[in-house]
Design a protein around this ligand. Structure first.
Ligand SMILES: Nc1ncnc2c1ncn2[C@@H]1O[C@H](COP(=O)(O)OP(=O)(O)OP(=O)(O)O)[C@@H](O)[C@H]1O
Ligand SMILES: [Mg+2]
Length: 381
């Protein structure tokens, strides 16, 4: 009906975008926080390393050879000055040999953020100092932020995806119904045109022939052959009227669904001898023309099926509105085959209902005939 599935098309294009947007949101903020904070920690560690380096330079200049054996004193002093805070300090001498300290490992180890300073004393490179900052709070902060942003990203993704998807689903359903209504309107338009052509073409020709036969009868006097011809012409005219009427029932437009159905059921009962019980809500009012026509056609076909196939004595036609749905039910007290064959009538009923966004169901009531139920939306979906 619709050339392509809008929802699927949209899903295929939208999903990667939403995932990308949510992914960027999820990663960008925690990553920026992590990088900025890491840089801050590194700068702090570096500043401390520079301070420690300055203190160390003093020691080296005082005791150029013995300084490396007096480290506990230096670290104590630094700690007292608040320069170490946590004891993570590494000092290498000019040869890259670790100076033994009781406040840190022998070399910068992974898991800490190390700030470095070179110490120049007595005119040459004398030592390298590293001060380590604890990275655990940084990781903890990043993890908390990532968790918060994960929730945000999922919520935003859901909103970005579900809202348009819902709107598209509704639009697609409406388009389907509108296209269905259009198809039915065109179909009815065609039927009306055929009925008009029958009436104005073959109908007028037959009526003209009947009038000329009358004139002939007046001229030559009554006769058996003329009477036969007149009877045949009358039958043809009546048959043509019936066909034109069935193709485009004028009652529906003029009277509205409720009265047109009442009238059809009565006429049908009189013509076929089937008792048709009606429970048609008299307060239905006017409904969309496509819905009225569909209902009328469905009742026409269902009643005609009952007479042709069910061998029933009675039939029931019920029509009522239940909020936005029109419920039509037709059943009979005849014999229903266990699996009804498919002609054109039942598929036609299903197609009409489907085009209008409605549903049909056929139930075989054991020993009680067949029940056809149709639900049609009255308002556009
Ligand atoms: N009320 C009914 N009671 C018993 N059988 C039924 C009834 N309505 C339909 N059927 C069965 O379902 C079959 C299909 O019905 P359908 O209206 O599709 O085709 P059809 O009436 O045979 O032919 P047409 O195309 O002229 O309508 C019928 O042939 C009949 O066997
Ligand atoms: Mg039929």
């Amino acid at each position: 009906m619709i050339p392509f599935d809008l929802s699927r098309w949209f899903r295929r294009r939208m999903l990667p975008l939403v995932i990308a947007a949510a992914g960027i949101l999820l990663v960008a903020a925690p990553l920026s926080y992590h990088l900025a904070k890491r840089r801050e920690l590194w700068q702090e560690a570096r500043a401390r390393a520079v301070h420690v380096g300055a203190a160390l330079r003093g020691e080296i200049e005082l005791r150029p050879l013995l300084w490396r054996y007096d480290m506990p004193k230096l670290t104590e002093r630094l700690a007292a000055e608040g320069l170490l805070g946590v004891p993570r300090l590494v000092i290498h001498d000019a040869d890259g040999v670790a100076v033994p300290l009781d406040v840190g490992p022998e070399r910068p180890v992974r898991g800490l953020i190390w700030g470095r300073a070179e110490v120049v004393a007595l005119g040459r490179h004398a030592a390298t100092v590293w001060v380590g900052a604890d990275a655990a709070p940084l990781w903890h902060g990043t993890a908390v932020l990532a968790a918060v942003f994960a929730v945000l990203a999922v919520s935003l993704g859901a909103v970005l995806y579900l809202l348009p998807m819902r709107a598209i689903g509704t639009a697609q359903r409406r388009i389907r119904v509108l296209l269905g209504q259009l198809a039915l309107t065109l179909q009815e338009e065609d039927r009306r045109r055929i009925a008009r052509d029958l009436h104005d073409g073959a109908g007028q020709a037959l009526t003209a022939a009947r009038l000329r036969l009358l004139a002939l009868e007046r001229r030559v006097g009554p006769g058996e052959e003329i009477a036969d011809l007149a009877r045949l012409l009358d039958e043809a005219i009546a048959e043509l009227r019936r066909s034109a009427y069935a193709l485009a029932p004028p009652a529906l437009e003029e009277l509205g669904l409720v009265r047109a159905l009442e009238r059809h059921c009565e006429a049908f009962a009189t013509a076929t001898g089937l008792q048709v019980q009606r429970e048609i809500d008299p307060h239905l009012g006017r409904l969309p023309p496509t819905v009225e026509t569909a209902c009328y056609r469905i009742v026409q076909e269902a009643l005609s099926n009952i007479v042709r196939h069910a061998g029933a004595r009675r039939a029931w036609v019920r029509l009522a509105r239940d909020s936005n749905w029109l419920r039509l039910s037709i059943h009979d007290d005849g014999r229903a085959p266990p699996a009804p064959a498919e002609g054109q009538g039942l598929p036609g009923i299903r197609e009409r209902a489907r085009l209008l966004g409605g549903t049909t169901s056929l139930t075989i009531l054991p020993g009680q005939g067949l029940r056809l139920e149709v639900r049609l939306p009255v308002e556009p979906l």
